[in-house]
Design a protein around this ligand. Structure first.
Ligand code: NAD
Ligand code: DAU
Length: 359
């Protein structure tokens, strides 16, 4: 075994932030297995071009032969598993891909990882880790006065996406319980930051606001999410990877609950400040309430006290300063934006928003 890690889905939003941070702040290498779906973008990793410590492999986590051979060849000391279909609205429109990658893919990866781990020496077996990156959506939804989700909250996934992630969490748990396979699971709240594909709330609203397009807020806009800057998520994953107790799950959150409408209004104000519109009013006037997401979870909130208590981790970014940095990043990366707005992106925008009537 050597010091390298295998990352899955490392060309997506959180995975690419994680890989950049890993290569930038360790002496270790990363083998990055990514299928390059619409959400995978090699441009996120272009600053690593020519860096021998990063190897990007285009391939599917469901491909047992490929995964097995990567593990045998590179002998990583850990696997950090990000690869997934991640967008709730897409899981409502077409759930099949979510079952394939999130459930079948995690199962296939676990099988190969367990076979590799079984072949290691006793000392290497003890230090190997499989870290599964999951979501708070597995816990379902909260009422306004409910306490935040803890690691002991019962699973109650509500969307096909959440159900597929819950299934993958259960598989990971079972591999630890049955075979002693050294797993760690993290359940994180909503992330935002650089490189997020503009189908998700924050980048979608920044881009639409920039172009003075309608800002489509689902339902009454009072659904609450608990926002975490992506760099904080990456630092939490590294903390759990290095010091987490095997077989445990850790919730990760930003202590930043905000109603969607407030997030959108803040984005309008930031874009107005950074790119004033001559002769026009506030971009808040672009806000358009549209038909709600079916089964839309009302509120997510994370209790991350276990991570603080056991491993000393807490988020370092405030939501308002993280959001300001994020808006700035999108304003400064016009060519990145241009390149992700491919046919597949436009097709999705048309499908999701043309059928959503304004309320
Ligand atoms: P993303 O959609 O931006 O990226 C997913 C990546 O996985 C893409 O690069 C894609 O090409 C790759 N991928 C998809 N199917 C694959 C397959 N079969 N084999 C190999 N690669 C494949 O997702 P994200 O927002 O970066 O989320 C990463 C992980 O974090 C996911 O597991 C997600 O459930 C979890 N998560 C996300 C958030 C969030 O707010 N974005 C919060 C909590 C947890
Ligand atoms: O909680 C963690 C989860 O956060 C992750 O597991 C998912 O991968 C990630 O996509 C995210 O899920 P959400 O559904 O919360 O994120 P999204 O950005 O799609 O939506 C955030 C909120 O904004 C949600 O209440 C729906 C609303 N929304 C979203 C879009 C795209 C709108 O009002 N309008 C929109 O156009």
């Amino acid at each position: 075994m050597n010091d390298a890690i295998l990352v899955t889905g490392g060309a997506g939003f959180i995975g690419s932030n994680f890989v950049l941070n890993w290569i930038g702040s360790t002496t270790s290498s990363a083998i990055n297995l990514d299928l390059m779906t619409y959400a995978g973008n090699p441009e996120n990793l272009s600053s690593l071009d020519g860096d021998r410590r990063h190897l990007l492999v285009r391939g599917d986590i469901c491909d047992a032969k490929l995964v097995g051979s990567l593990l045998r060849e590179h002998q990583p000391r850990a696997i950090v598993h990000f690869a997934a279909e991640s967008h709730v609205d897409r899981s409502i429109a077409s759930p099949g891909a979510f079952m394939q990658t999130n459930v079948q893919g995690t199962f296939a990866l676990l099988e190969q990882a367990k076979a590799y781990w079984s072949s290691l020496s006793q000392a290497d077996k003890e230090s190997f880790r499989f870290l599964h990156v999951s979501t708070d959506e597995v816990y379902g939804t909260l009422g306004p006065l409910d306490p935040p989700f803890s690691e002991a909250t019962a699973y109650a996934p509500n969307s096909p996406y959440a159900a597929s992630k819950a299934a993958s969490d259960h598989l990971v748990r079972a591999y630890h319980h049955t075979w002693g396979f050294p797993t760690l699971t993290t359940n994180c709240s909503n992330n935002y930051g650089p490189f997020q594909f503009p189908e998700k709330l924050i980048p979608l609203m920044i881009l639409n606001a920039l172009e003075s397009k309608a800002l489509p807020v689902y339902g009454d806009g009072m659904n609450v999410r608990d926002w975490l800057f992506v760099e904080d998520h990456c630092s939490a994953i590294r903390t759990v990877l290095e010091s987490g107790r095997v077989g445990e799950t850790y919730n990760i959150g930003g202590n930043s609950e905000r109603a969607n409408i407030d997030v959108v209004k803040t984005i309008c104000d930031l874009v107005d400040e950074m790119r004033p519109r001559a002769g026009k009013g506030s971009r808040r006037e672009l806000i358009t309430y549209v038909q709600d997401r079916p089964g839309h979870d009302r509120r997510y909130a994370i209790d991350a006290s276990k991570l603080l208590r056991e491993l000393g981790w807490k988020p370092s970014s405030e939501f308002e300063s993280g959001l300001r940095k994020t808006v700035r990043w999108y304003l400064d990366h016009a060519s990145w934006i241009e390149n992700v707005r491919t046919g597949a992106y436009l097709e999705w925008m048309n499908k999701n928003y043309s059928e959503r009537v304004a309320l």
